[in-house]
Design a protein around this ligand. Structure first.
Ligand code: SF4
Ligand code: SF4
Ligand code: FES
Length: 541
């Protein structure tokens, strides 16, 4: 593999890669604003300038400049190496690049910073980006000087509503054009553009349009500063109070990798940010996915319900014991959930098929919905594929309804409240069951019709594995502590097994993981990368 040297360190690269790209793949960040690994490179911010040593026999590229001579009290003509943008310079085998080790590069970074901050408002105390802003980070690293300009800065529009989800502040904008390029190149909706020149530049929405569609949150995500903010997160939290957990979006079968940011002080989830994974979602998430973090707190089942009334775990387990006493195994069924993790479904399979001897299995979950060719999958469940792998023979939800109607199934243990449809007649059919015990994190017909509901943890409260539509196993870690009386479903299933007189063989999560085929439930993340997204992981040093 060809390689070049960056500050003396060998950097391998694929032909066609730029210097910044090859360094990024090795986990080295060359400072930048306009470059993003998922977008084209306009080289307009000049923050990534590097010094490239001339190849043997080549003349060095030099620039004539005027340097201040303090001794003489005058400017004098000197020469300095001409620096080049690492985001546009293709890597060449054997080339020598200086970045951190070059005084000229440091001086250039400082000057670019000073220029960008010339008219920048002192908004940090009220800016949502504060704490994860590239202007702040690079000021600390490369500038550290107070403002020298004494004139009134140029004022530009603030709080411009670009659409239902995004607000723009032109004074904070560094004109990197990432937002324009994202909408054009990834969302395929070139609704943003730049107008005016020089320090009057601003980003604008196409006449007659608003910034809307399925991927507007990503404009805020790629913005390296606080110029674009989402209506959803604006003024909700200071990022230095947030912690983050690696997660997997539950919005559809694509299974986009995400950072789930939460505040441990009030045990609340505040937002999602995409987590880079070239095999799954590259650097992006859709809008529906970005707001689906709210499901950690919305429409939850948080307390034990017995016949619709609040009950205790112990009382509910007694009722389950009575409901299942002396029932013929032919009438017992289990319903897996494409909304729940592999571990939860595995424990249900053990309880139903192995311990209870139920030979009727079904799968439920949400129905199909919108899809596109960018990210969004029509299957709105995160683990349809995982359930298919665990229980390939499981019938559909309509098969369950047919068997209940025909009286072939009378006793059911179900995971998850969700069903593909929520017709009143389906609910009425479920209500004819002699026993329906549902373990649910969220409301839904299977919870509504249940004789006993056990509240179980959502993906935000317990570690779980999900298999996406491509068959990639991904692990979502717990962020917040369990809400209400919720416990992980696999744990509640072990209690149910004990109440029914069985000895469950899954006392711990690690035992389930060891038993799951190919036991290693891994996050399909790529190799370590430098951080290139707009924001640092919340809670990171
Ligand atoms: S709004 Fe943000 S992403 Fe768009 S050009 Fe300005 S700084 Fe860049
Ligand atoms: S495409 Fe699907 S998995 Fe990805 S962010 Fe959107 S809803 Fe979530
Ligand atoms: S990152 Fe290279 S010029 Fe902006």
């Amino acid at each position: 593999m060809p390689s070049f040297k960056l500050d003396g360190k060998p950097i391998p690269f694929e032909p066609g890669e730029s210097i910044i790209q090859a360094a990024y793949k090795q986990g080295i960040e060359i400072p930048h604003y306009c470059w993003h690994p998922g977008l084209s490179a306009p080289a307009n911010c000049r923050m990534c300038l590097v010094e490239i040593a001339p190849a043997p026999g080549q003349r060095p590229l030099m620039l004539d400049i005027l340097a201040w001579d303090a001794h003489a009290g005058a400017y004098k003509p000197v020469q300095k190496p001409k620096l080049l943008p690492a985001c546009q310079m293709g890597a060449v085998d054997g080339m020598e690049v200086k970045a951190e080790s070059s005084e000229h590069v440091h001086a250039a970074r400082k000057t670019v910073q000073e220029s960008l901050l010339l008219n920048h408002p002192v908004d940090c105390p009220i800016c949502d980006q504060a704490g994860e802003c590239k202007l702040q980070d690079y000021w600390l690293l490369y500038q550290k000087t107070p403002k020298r300009m004494r004139d009134e800065p140029v004022h530009k529009p603030k709080g411009v509503v670009f659409g239902p989800t995004i607000v723009y502040d032109a004074e904070r904008c560094v004109m990197c054009t990432r937002c324009i390029r994202f909408m054009e190149e990834v969302a395929k909706d070139p609704v943003l553009d730049m107008r005016e020149r020089g320090n009057l530049n601003e980003i604008t929405v196409a006449p007659g349009r608003v910034l809307d569609g399925k991927y507007t949150f990503m404009t805020e995500h790629v913005c390296p500063v606080g110029a674009l903010t989402t209506v959803d997160f604006r003024f909700k939290a200071r990022v230095w109070f947030l912690r983050t957990a690696p997660s997997v979006c539950q919005g559809c079968a694509t299974g986009c990798n995400a950072h789930l940011d939460y505040d441990p002080r009030n045990n609340r989830v505040y937002r999602y940010r995409p987590r880079d994974n070239e095999q799954v979602n590259h650097y992006w998430m859709c809008d529906d996915g970005m707001v689906s973090y709210r499901r950690a707190h919305e429409e939850r089942t948080l307390e034990v319900l017995v016949s619709g009334r609040l009950g205790s775990h112990a009382a509910a387990l007694e009722i389950v014991k009575k409901l299942f006493e002396g029932v013929a195994r032919e009438s017992v069924a289990v319903v897996f959930s494409a909304q729940h993790s592999l571990e939860d479904n595995w424990a249900l399979r053990e309880l139903g098929a192995v311990l209870l001897g139920a030979n009727r299995t079904y799968v439920s979950g949400l129905g199909l919905g919108y899809e596109d060719k960018i990210l969004i999958h029509k299957d709105k469940n995160p683990n349809t594929q995982g359930v298919k792998e665990l229980a390939p023979e499981a019938g559909s939800f309509s098969d369950l309804l047919a068997d209940v109607t025909a009286g072939r199934v009378t006793h059911v243990v179900a995971l998850g409240g969700a069903t593909p449809t929520s017709e009143p007649k389906d609910l009425a059919t479920l209500q004819t069951l002699r026993a329906l015990v549902t373990l649910a994190s969220h409301e839904g017909p299977l919870a509504e019709a249940a004789h006993v509901v056990f509240p179980v943890t959502s993906w935000a409260e317990a570690s779980g594995t999900y298999v996406n539509a491509k068959g990639i196993r991904q692990q979502a870690d717990a962020a917040i502590a369990p809400l209400g009386s919720a416990r992980p479903a696999w744990e509640v299933l072990a209690q149910v097994a004990k109440a029914l007189g069985f000895e469950p063989n899954w006392p711990k999560l690690r035992e389930i993981r060891a038993k799951l085929s190919g036991s290693s439930a891994v996050t399909a993340a790529g190799p370590p990368r430098a951080r290139t997204d707009a924001s640092s992981p919340a809670g990171a040093p």
